[in-house]
Design a protein around this ligand. Sequence first.
Ligand code: LMR
Length: 328
Amino acid sequence: AVAASLFACAGVAQAEGITGCDEGEVTIKFSHVVNTDRHPKGIAVSLLQSRVNEEMNGAACMEVFPNSTLYNDDQVLEAMLNGDVHLAAPSLSKFEQFTKQFRIFDLPFLFSNMEAVNAFQQSETGQEMKEGMVRRGLLGLEFWHNGMKQISADVPLVNPGDVAGLKMRVQAADVIIAQMEALGASPQPMAFSEVYGALQTGVVDGQQNTWSNIYGQKFFEVQDGITETNHLLLDYMVVTSVDWWDALDPAIRDQFSQILREVTEARNGASEAVNQEARQAIIDAGGTVRELTPEQRQAWVDVMLPVWKQFEDDIGAEKIEAAKRINA
Ligand code: LMR
């Protein structure tokens, strides 16, 4: 895989974010779907890239392909198993095709804040999940935070009934599809890179995502407003292929793991600030943000909570209990 990527390294030197790797360096290709400088994931990848290229110069070199320029999330894990890319950080919703236990992260209103998310991910249960796909050739290295999702459409959304009958873009994940169906909407699975165009042309009426994604992709420009529901989590796992990882020189693997750990701690601690800046930037750019009263928000909870029961067997009641204890 390393030899193949060294070859590719020379061939794609024009792409954004490419530094040009020297001969003899292990090339580490990281593909993602967001911007590089105003997004929790994009900033983390940029920091990782600059630290690897500085501190591991001569031994390893990281190339970054942001903004879905190389792969979208539906393609990237397949490409990783083929050795065409080495790292990605897809949303946790993208892993359910490999192991249904990841569905826990998509349960609406399970996590009350990012501290609870962090505590669950760092618990024994959470850490074990990083190795839950090893059989399928993928290894999780670190959890990365984005934040909580908000909901928007081309009409004002205040009550959950306002979403009924609308075509809503979702990530292709069964829990999220069920969550939209609970709202009486028509869920439309779609790649992230296609959402802006679909909203603009009316192929879909609305979507749900974090402030940083709504700002970064300019969704607010083609929506009536964004309703602050904080109803779902959007988090990531930095993932690699078991084959590539195991074949790395142990010294390179250790140094890289240490840098990744430090970047994770630094940037996970800043993800909420990045999202709050994006929220403010939406308002500054003329976008509408709708806050809900506690009673109004409770109505959304009541409609979506029954979704948990549908997925309890896939996830495991014990795991759900463990997450609930952390939130108590
Ligand atoms: C989405 O598809 O909405 C997200 O997974 C995009 C991302 O990576 O933040």
